[in-house]
Design a protein around this ligand. Structure first.
Ligand code: SAM
Length: 556
């Protein structure tokens, strides 16, 4: 498979493992005014660099995000936009300097952009559910590079298509060469064979050719039963599809190809017998020919096509008008996408109770689209947005608040969709630069992190109220995890600690602090502590693995 190389790639391919794990600090919860619909809750807006924000989301959301839509900086080279487009934002420049080092000073615009995107895509890949789908908006500046990068990270076999979005609804008269009319939306699955692109509702235009009505008032159109005569549609190739059908005048009709040679019907004899009421005959120049009816009621949806016109999903002009109406300010954000475009993305990929992640949130269009869809069908789709710039609060969150509460006046008033979201900032790192634990984050946060790194499923995790021990972290049928940690003293795995465990409670099902089915004695004990006073033979004999805090806490 062809792969893409750029200056600095070797420094970023594994960088996502080195990104410090930070906690997300909840700043406030916003809930829409009373009287608006009560669905659309448990949403998040995160203010911070998405590299850190995505890493922070892993323990809770790894493999759980059903759809990712991102609209990263297009890297057009235009400076001075409201948002950072050219990866020349001071924060990203600083990050590149730290990660890529001296070499970073010589990076071209494209190298920088690729270095910026690669580790973020690696984390997005981990967050996406097995049946999930990712969409990436771009234009000619980076689309070809992104395609190769996505082939590498998501797998060439998981590429669906590169959707063309007609972004302009009129020509750019000042263009010196082409007036570019389209953007791209690259679409990949995490695992294409296991995932499904959902059909969309047919429009009146799609169904205009259903121009006949049967006695029951059902609209339909006719398709010839004779196969159209392609290769393999011959009597020799399909002998079971070559047979006589009786026409209304009693004559026998065989399938003929255009050149007069013997052809084939589309249906077998058996299917014809069971669907006789769908057959309608026509009598033209070539004599009688059977047709079958295709009813509108059976085809109210259609697969999405790969070109999305502005008349269906909006344009750059309509999206600017949309955000201006909501925030009552012109030119407040230069590159919003139309909410109808994101609605289309979500309607073909996101279950009605699914989670969508947009880690380049901008003006919050993805949240707007989620709220509109939930308001239309009562769904419970949820969104997670990340935005790095200060306007995460003043534009991103503010737009979402207004959509939830309703906006506009008089004839332009738009009813509130209702809903709620939590607003977070990216907080303290779990490990200090000297690799020790940052104990200020609190024991609960450290326990959650360790439970995740030990891959203890949430259903098997224990709280500090566990009857086995307040240090119990998780219990499965075969293993018991203990996190023997105290901020103010050194902890030692010794016989006294083992004697303090209430294994009887575990056998009786009380590991989580409640009443659960009885268990067997675990074969394996994983014990984190500052020190261990037991010798190797004793540990092996009793199936105990000692892990030293903080040395043996996995960094991911
Ligand atoms: C093209 S805009 C997205 C527009 C958005 N789709 C909308 O409809 O409003 C890209 C956004 O990504 C943000 N961004 C760029 N780098 C980021 C990063 N590292 N972390 C979080 N946000 C970032 C920019 O600040 C900008 O708001």
């Amino acid at each position: 498979m062809p792969t893409l190389h750029w200056v600095g790639k070797d420094k970023v391919v594994n960088h996502h493992h080195e990104v410090p794990f930070r906690l997300l600090d909840k700043q406030y919860t916003f809930t829409a005014n009373e009287g608006t619909p009560a669905n659309s809750t448990a949403n998040r807006i995160i203010h911070g660099d998405n590299l850190e924000a995505l890493k922070s989301l892993l323990p809770e959301f790894e493999g759980k995000v059903n759809c990712i839509y991102i609209d990263p900086p297009y890297n057009t080279g235009n400076e001075g936009w409201v948002y950072n487009d050219a990866v020349n934002d001071p924060k990203i420049k600083k990050w590149l300097g730290q990660v890529v080092g001296k070499e970073g000073e010589d990076l071209s615009r494209h190298d920088k952009w690729l270095c910026m995107m690669y580790p973020r895509l690696k984390l997005l890949h981990r967050l996406l559910a097995h049946q999930g789908i990712i969409f990436v908006s771009l234009d000619d500046n980076e689309c070809a590079n992104m395609k190769l990068m996505l082939d590498e990270i998501f797998g060439q076999q998981n590429f669906f298509t590169n959707i063309i979005w007609e972004k302009n609804d009129s020509p750019k008269m000042d263009s010196t060469d082409f007036s570019i009319k389209h953007d791209y939306v690259l679409c990949y699955a995490k695992s294409k064979i296991d995932c499904k692109i959902l059909p969309i509702n047919s429009t009146d235009e799609d169904t205009a050719h259903y121009n006949k009505v049967d006695s029951k008032g059902r609209r339909y159109y006719l398709k010839p039963l004779r196969a159209m005569g392609g290769q393999g549609e011959t009597r020799e190739a399909r002998p079971n599809l070559y047979y006589a059908i009786e026409a209304p005048d009693g004559s026998e009709i065989f399938p003929k190809r255009k050149d007069g040679t013997d052809g084939a019907w589309r249906w077998s004899r058996e299917k014809l017998q069971s669907e006789l009421d769908r057959i309608e005959w026509s009598n033209g120049k070539g004599g009688w020919s059977p047709n079958y009816k295709i009813f509108l009621e059976e085809t109210s949806t259609r697969p999405p096509e790969s070109i999305w016109y502005h008349s269906e999903v909006g344009s750059n002009r309509t999206s600017k008008a949309e955000i201006n109406d909501i925030l009552i300010q012109t030119n407040i954000f230069n590159t919003p996408k139309p909410s109808r475009l994101i609605e289309r993305v979500l309607s073909i990929s996101l279950p009605t109770d699914g989670i969508v992640l947009d880690s380049f949130a901008g003006s919050g269009t993805t949240a707007h689209a989620v709220l509109k869809l939930n308001a239309q069908d009562g769904g419970n789709r949820r969104f997670i947005l990340c935005e790095m710039m200060e306007y995460a609060e003043t534009i991103t969150a503010e737009r979402v608040r207004r959509v939830m509460n309703g906006y506009g006046e008089g004839t332009k008033a738009v009813a509130g969709t209702g809903g709620a979201f939590d607003y977070y900032t990216v907080g303290a790192a779990l490990f200090k630069e000297d690799k020790n634990l940052n104990e200020d984050v609190g024991a609960d946060a450290i326990r959650h992190y360790v439970a995740y790194t030990e891959s203890i499923p949430p259903a098997q995790q224990c709280g500090t109220d566990s009857l086995v021990s307040r240090y119990a972290l998780g219990a499965s049928d075969t293993a018991l995890w203990l996190f023997y940690y105290e901020r103010d003293r050194v902890t030692t795995l010794n016989l006294d600690f083992l004697a303090s465990l209430n294994i009887k409670a575990l056998l009786e099902g009380g590991a989580k602090g409640g009443t659960k089915p009885k268990r067997k004695r675990p074969e394996h004990f994983i014990v984190y502590a500052d020190k261990c006073a037991l010798d190797k033979d004793f540990l092996t004999q009793h199936g105990i693995t000692f892990k030293r805090i903080p040395r043996d806490i996995t960094r991911f």
